[in-house]
Design a protein around this ligand. Sequence first.
Ligand code: PGA
Length: 252
Amino acid sequence: MRKSVVAGNWKMNLLTEDARDLALGLGPSNDLDGNVEVILCPTFTTLWAVRDALNGQPGIALGGQNCYHKESGAFTGEISPQMLLDVGCEWVIIGHSERRQYFNESDEFLNEKVHFALGAGLKVMFCIGETLEEREKGQMNEVLVRQIEGGLAGIGDKQFDNIVVAYEPVWAIGTGVTASPEQAQDAHAFVRGVVSNTFGETIANALRIQYGGSVKPNNAQELMSQPDVDGALVGGAALDAEGFAAIVKHAG
Ligand code: PGA
């Protein structure tokens, strides 16, 4: 049985006070029964405030939205896994489509980040997903294979304990158009198959695959009840405490 994992990706939103309020709002409304792993990924500048607001609340972990593949040095504007750990993060998102699209992050570059982040002791939510154009051209499978084989190249069996894959079709992110439960299930089953072919069946069966892309309280249950959907990576709906708590409940 794979434990569901629901993460809130706050993206470049919320100043300190609002971030703190959101974290405080999630605490008591989350009926955490240990069945769902919950991760909050605020901006770098509000990680401190969110950590303090959560005050070590069990069942909610912190994650960064990105990191660089060096510990320290002359890399202006970057942040290291060690710095994320220092501020209380357990997790980091790597390979989000917005990083791939707007910051030209390639599979090779992402692979370096995954290795470095895992080596430093972070757990990784590794994002993959096809664009609408790729889906319409029938290239979805090819793209997913490339992203998995490229981004996770050289990852050892043991390291998979610390990896979650997020399947996020780019056409569903922030658009309000979500994949249907069948589309999500098909893609997740395909991704699990690719992981099985590349890394083996045991790893594939244990790997948690989150769905991301316009997950809302009213579609979360159906999406997450699909056999290969093991949780959600939530953007817009994670900015509302009640809505996010409802999504977490649906994952349980
Ligand atoms: P969305 O974003 O829920 O706003 O579509 C999901 C994501 O980008 O992780």
